[in-house]
Design a protein around this ligand. Structure first.
Ligand code: M6R
Length: 609
């Protein structure tokens, strides 16, 4: 996730772009840059690090010109560096991009054959060269831009300048947000309205496949086929802070709601339907050939640890390899058996968690091979690993982890499929079906999100309760742990997660009249057993809130409240069940008036022991 901004009008664009980038910095901050077109041609200034580094550079030379584009980066392809920072340029074409171009390798080969020299490691730079190539081929700028959009696979929001066309910006959107600001004699383009709210409250939200041109006085849009389209002009009534949250009340809610789109990014160019295999570019070397390891450790903390527990069920079932999951803080202080035949998977959103990093280093020093699953590019954990699979969730601002968790689980599903195939334990047909099931998840998540009103109502009903139990079996057990963690973190309600089978060994003593018990009950192989567990807690007076499969009338008869997920294979249900768990915790916190995004006593990244 990156922040992009463009300006064409009557003022000097440098100030406006910088101001916009400051408001977009929450979207990414590992490098930033801007390009301004004035009387003396184009000036591009880029810097690695936070926006402050760019501001320092600009003090030496403040570009002047009424047309410009800016970018604040969250690295996906290519490490954070000045060379990889946007804007990118090829001849007269200068552009900024947010998203992932899935077929960039293929396009890169094509451009190399045509004699283009690509300077950065990014997927973005190839877009400049492609447009330049189509201009060489004789197309007009408008035709070239439209043509190139048809060649790109993946997600993008693009703002493009042609240095031979002062006074004009080209824009396009597919899968990544882009909104146009319409001012008096000036136009803006940005990832969200916060970037231009001080200048105008009139906005046009582009739809997927829209593209067009902006000048100071006009905005023209087309659809994929090149037909002219009109998009309504809307008046923005949000204040500045709301705008950064895309109109959502909290970052956590925004992050919950963006999971369908984010998951598409996580899966992008790792799953191709009908290809019967997954592509895990980051770990190819470590996992190549015959599997040389005799055991796998997964280490992590908090929510990432829960993702690791899901990983154990997935890898053991699909690849038939032994997996041990440890909290990193425990792992580092015992004497785990590690040697050169140990594969250690470290999971961390931030990539900076002190315990996970220390445990990883310890295992590495004893000969283990390290793969990390991480969200932040080039953080300490990926740097200390032999290979990394990035989750591509974009910056997670809410302290309670949501989208980082589901993307970690998605990556673990891909890894399990890869290992399972490598071990010959699953067929290519199974992989094919799994890929189709995974690609259905974003729309299934949308389906759940559309029904979130009922969760809000349910939260009101239970918000005064002081204690909750969460039960799940099999791969749903870690989701019970995660659901309970979410609730306690942000609503400060006491909550415990248990495997449903363990209930009779102690926790059942807690149940009395009206005690809320959240039960994960999808129709998988543990379903019948879970129904019995529900009967047992109901018999002792519990109020049961179940998460079950759409159309499950039997379950509906036995529970007090039912949250539905669409039917899906067992290994996909953790992704779907997570959404009602997150929303329930969120709405309970709202009812109790707690600080959702910054709950007491917690920090987003725990960099001390
Ligand atoms: O950045 P990491 O994934 O390594 O962080 C681990 C935990 O600190 C983190 O998951 C924490 O439990 C979250 N606040 C949970 O919502």
């Amino acid at each position: 996730m990156c922040g992009i901004v463009g300006y064409v009008g009557h003022r000097n664009s440098t100030e406006i772009l910088l101001d916009g980038l400051r408001r977009l910095e929450y979207r990414g901050y590992d490098s930033a840059g801007l390009a301004v077109l004035g009387g003396r041609g184009v000036t591009i200034v880029r810097a690695q690090g936070k926006l402050k580094a760019l501001e320092e550079k600009l003090k030496q030379h403040w570009p002047q010109g009424p047309l410009g584009i800016g970018h604040t980066r969250w690295a996906t392809h290519g490490r954070p560096s000045e060379t990889n920072a946007h804007p990118h340029q090829a001849g007269p074409i200068v552009l900024v991009h947010n998203g992932i171009i899935e077929n960039y390798q293929e396009l890169r080969h094509f451009l190399a054959k045509k004699g283009h020299t690509i300077k950065s490691e990014t997927d973005t730079e190839i877009v400049c060269h492609l447009i330049q190539q189509r201009l060489y081929d004789g197309l007009s700028m408008e035709q070239a831009f439209h043509h190139v959009l048809g060649e790109l696979r993946g997600s993008y929001a693009l703002v493009v300048m042609n240095t031979n066309e002062p006074g004009r910006l080209y824009v396009a959107r597919q899968g990544s947000p882009l909104v146009i600001g319409v001012g008096k004699g000036e136009s803006f383009a940005a990832s969200d309205v916060s970037a231009f709210l001080p200048y105008t409250r009139q906005a046009i939200f582009l739809e997927d496949n829209d593209w067009g041109m902006l000048s100071a006085s006009q905005a023209v849009f087309y659809d994929r086929k090149g037909n002219r389209v009109k998009r309504p002009l809307k008046k923005i009534v949000w204040n500045q802070t709301q705008a950064e949250k895309g109109g959502f009340k909290h970052f956590m809610l925004k992050e919950i709601c963006e999971q369908p789109r984010i998951l598409m990014d996580t899966l992008a160019n790792r799953t191709v339907e009908k290809q019967k295999r997954v592509f895990l570019e980051g770990v190819a070397k470590v996992l190549k050939g015959k599997f040389p390891y005799n055991k796998i450790y997964i280490i992590a903390c908090g929510t990432s640890y829960h993702a690791g527990l899901v990983g154990k069920y997935l890898i053991e079932e699909m690849a038939r390899l032994p997996v041990m999951v440890d909290q990193a803080s425990e792992f580092r202080y015992r004497r785990p058996i590690i040697d050169r035949r140990t594969l250690l998977i470290a999971i961390s959103q931030s990539g900076e968690t002190a315990d996970t990093l220390a445990a990883l280093k310890e295992a590495k020093s004893q000969g283990a091979k390290i793969i990390s699953i991480c969200n932040v590019i080039d953080a300490s954990i990926p740097r200390a690993s032999h290979a990394t699979l990035y989750t591509r969730a974009g910056p997670e601002i809410g302290v309670a982890s949501t989208k980082a968790f589901t993307t970690q689980v998605a990556v673990l599903i891909l890894l399990a499929l890869h290992l399972g195939r490598g071990q010959g334990k699953i067929s290519s047909g199974f992989v094919d079906e799994a890929i189709s099931a995974l690609l259905r998840v974003p729309s299934q998540m949308e389906w759940i999100l559309k029904r979130s009103k009922s969760i809000e109502a349910m939260a009101k009903k239970y918000a005064k309760r002081s204690s909750f139990l969460y039960f799940g079996r099999g791969v749903n057990f870690p989701i019970a742990l995660e659901g309970a963690l979410k609730l306690k973190e942000i609503s400060y309600i006491h909550a415990e997660g248990y495997s449903a089978g363990e209930m009779k060994h102690g926790p059942i003593a807690l149940i009395d009249k009206g005690m809320p018990v959240v039960v994960l009950a999808p129709q998988d192989k543990t379903y019948e057993k879970v129904l019995s567990n529900i009967a047992e807690v109901k018999a002792r007076g519990a109020s049961v809130i179940a998460v079950g499969t759409e159309g499950d009338r039997e379950l509906a008869r036995h529970v007090d409240d039912l949250l539905l997920i669409p039917p899906a294979p067992w290994y996909v249900t953790p992704l779907l069940e997570s959404i009602p768990m997150q929303l329930l915790a969120y709405h309970m916190a709202i009812c109790r008036g707690t600080d959702v995004d910054q709950p007491r006593n917690l920090a987003k990244s725990v960099t001390v022991e």
